[in-house]
Design a protein around this ligand. Sequence first.
Ligand code: ADP
Ligand code: MG
Length: 706
Amino acid sequence: MVHRMVEAMSQLQEEKARLQEELAALQERLALRDSDQQATSTQLQNQVENLKEKLISQAQEVSRLRSELGGTDLEKHRDLLMVENERLRQEMRRFEAELQELRAKPVAPCTGCEHSQESAQLRDKLSQLQLEVVENKGMLSELNLEVQQKTDRLAEVELRLKDCLAEKAQEEERLSRRLRDSHETIASLRAQSQPIKYVIKTVEVESSKTKQALSESQARNQHLQEQVAMQRQVLKEMEQQLQSSHQLTAQLRAQIAMYESELERAHGQMLEEMQSLEEDKNRAIEEAFARAQVEMKAVHENLAGVRTNLLTLQPALRTLTNDYNGLKRQVRGFPLLLQEALKSVKAEIGQAIEEVNSNNQELLRKYRRELQLRKKCHNELVRLKGNIRVIARVRPVTKEDGEGPEATNAVTFDADDDSIIHLLHKGKPVSFELDKVFSPRASQQDVFQEVQALITSCIDGFNVCIFAYGQTGAGKTYTMEGTPENPGINQRALQLLFSEVQEKASDWDYTITVSAAEIYNEVLRDLLGQEPQEKLEIRLCPDGSGQLYVPGLTEFRVQSVEDINKVFEFGHTNRTTEFTNLNEHSSRSHALLIVTVRGVDCSTGLRTTGKLNLVDLAGSERVGKSGAEGSRLREAQHINKSLSALGDVIAALRSRQGHVPFRNSKLTYLLQDSLSGDSKTLMVVQVRASAGQAGWPFVCRPWPAP
Ligand code: ADP
Ligand code: MG
């Protein structure tokens, strides 16, 4: 029993040892399995990584291909095709227009090379067009080739993509198969003993981890599949684009075919037209030829007629030859004849020139005589008016005359006679008769009108004196100088001289100069000189002409109103700086403006000199007896003396006395040559109209004797 038990024990122990061995083996296998699974897992992971990488590279490849074939490229291509299309269309339109033109052109009869030229042009054009068509065809085939290449590449890419997908499916298949194997192994292991169950459990636990990894990798796989689907989508789109571009190309091809057919049609029409033109041309040539033959015939006939005419003309020719020989002889003698004729013509011309010259001389003589006569007539006119004339100008009553009865008008005029003036002299009514009387209403222009003739006579070489005579405030300066707005005789005279001289400028060369001087207390001063204080002397000309002159008296040449204004201003400034009370001073001095007009007759060389003396005299009021003293008295005496000397000279001249006392005053001495001889003098007597001041402004006696 014991032995059996021992045996059973040892059996059990053996069994146990065997089982333990088996367990160890199983454990070993499990460990192996474990490591195997781990290896498989890492392998799977690696594979997944690989696939990922592949997918990325695939995606890159796809994007590269896409960019290569890219939408933009396709678009560009499409744009290019469209442009090309547009160009072709335009060309087509042009051809159509040309065709229209050709059709519209009337088939004119062919009259020569014009049509052949046109047809040659058309032929050229046609060959050009054909060339263009060939070119276009080449371009189209190129484009087709390109499209074909692109399509091939796309197919290649698709193929590669398909390979990848197949590979991936295989891999999946393999993995799932291995998963199934693992499951089976696990199930078989489960069927073994308890300890093995435990081992299985641990293996299951670990296997769950593996499952998780697997599911993750499956998820990743899913993701990759999605990406692949996306890529497919993109591929599809690209295919669509390619298809549309194919369609476009087909359309373009159809259009080109259409254009070609149109072109062919046009070509056919053109050929037909050319044919008809050629026929026309041939017809026209035939007609022309027939016409030419007819004409030729007529010409031949004419020629025969001409021949017969020629035969009859021969005798005439002979006579003509004779005539010609005669003429030849005459021509030989012609130079001699010509010389003679020239000689006689020259003589005639010389005679005519002489006659013209003498006529000219005669005319010049007559002209001079006429000039002289005109001068004489003018002189006579002035003389008839009187070489010494006296006119009066009445100053209107102004505010300066004050108010009341003193300021009333005390001067009256004769309504029928403008040479009579009535006024109150020392309270008694007195009347005077003068050459002319100007009422207060007379304007500066009215007064100037009266003296105008005198001034122009100065251009003819006469000396002229115009005096303004009268009491202070009677309007002497107003009449001579005037105001800037309403100038007096001085400025108007110079203006007149300028315009007259201008008018005669074609025949005469005139120069006008002015001097300004004053005589104060019997001393002569230059108003335009640099030293107005300097005393000037009056001397006889050293040339023995008996003329007087003032050495050192400044003379300015004037050519315009601006020049005169400058001269007047200069004189005025000189006077103002010299004398503090100019008004008072000027009423006690004589102011002279001496204008000299020198002229040369351009045709005769005749010279003339005329002098115009414009004198604003000192006030003629009587001061001598009112008890003035010192310098005032001296001034008054000088004024009285010089004015009465002037009165004496004028009286002597008027009564044509043998002796004229020029030397009694500086003024008369200075103006001697302008007062004597043919000279003309005008005295403007200024009169105040107001009752308080009115009166004949004479110093000693009524002058000139009325
Ligand atoms: P005189 O030179 O004789 O002393 P003015 O010429 O200076 O006198 O004249 C005295 C004033 O009378 C001036 O204010 C002047 O403008 C004015 N006068 C002179 N004559 C006329 C006239 N015809 N019309 C208007 N005003 C005049
Ligand atoms: Mg004055």
